[in-house]
Ligand binder design. Structure first.
Ligand code: CA
Ligand code: CA
Length: 180
């Protein structure tokens, strides 16, 4: 009897170890702007080979450009579906280009949750902006990037279950997590 118990304990221990290491692995989900499954005006896709990663999405400047934060002229948006492999808390980052202080934000709507928005004060330069912290179950989720101010652009977004990682350059797209 005893010689059967020892291997069973060993196997259980090994499985726990594997489960522990799997949940500790950092998951990084990188989505290209053009990976949406649906897009609605005034959001448009712009082909931009100079970025080295295909394209970006953009709320074109209105004439006249807004000079106050009075709210967007429309609900133009792009919708993405991602498959989250491991439940957890994910930091969202967006690689953006802002026109000015009245063209420097997007609404973000995850599944059917209330909208939040991202905004910062680096203008006319591509850069990563820290987005919301999201608690996500494993499985498919919808991310909507929506018009808040005209003149805003987004090149990529990223979800990562690590608070340590800070993106600084264009990230490699992770097609295995993108549902089209
Ligand atoms: Ca603004
Ligand atoms: Ca891009």
């Amino acid at each position: 009897m005893r010689r059967f118990i020892v291997p069973a304990v060993a196997v259980t221990f090994l499985m726990l170890l594997m489960a522990g290491s799997a949940s500790a692995a950092v998951v990084k989900i990188v989505v290209e702007a053009g990976d949406y499954f649906a897009i609605s005006p005034s959001m448009v896709k712009v082909t931009a080979p100079y970025l080295g990663n295909n394209d970006y999405i953009h709320i074109p400047l209105r004439r006249p450009h807004a000079t106050t934060e009075t709210g967007p002229a429309d609900t133009g948006n792009a919708r993405y579906k991602i498959n989250v492999p491991v439940a957890g808390t994910y930091r969202m980052w967006l690689r953006t280009w802002w026109y000015d202080a009245c063209g420097n934000s997007f609404f973000i709507i995850v599944d059917d949750k209330p909208s939040v928005y991202v905004e910062d004060a680096t203008y006319q330069s591509w850069h990563w902006v820290k987005g919301p912290s999201l608690t996500l179950t494993a499985g498919t989720h919808t991310i909507r990037i929506q018009n808040r101010e005209d003149g805003a652009r987004m090149d990529q977004f990223m979800l990562i279950n690590s608070t340590q990682y800070v993106p600084t350059r264009i990230e490699t797209r992770t097609s295995q997590y993108i549902v089209k």
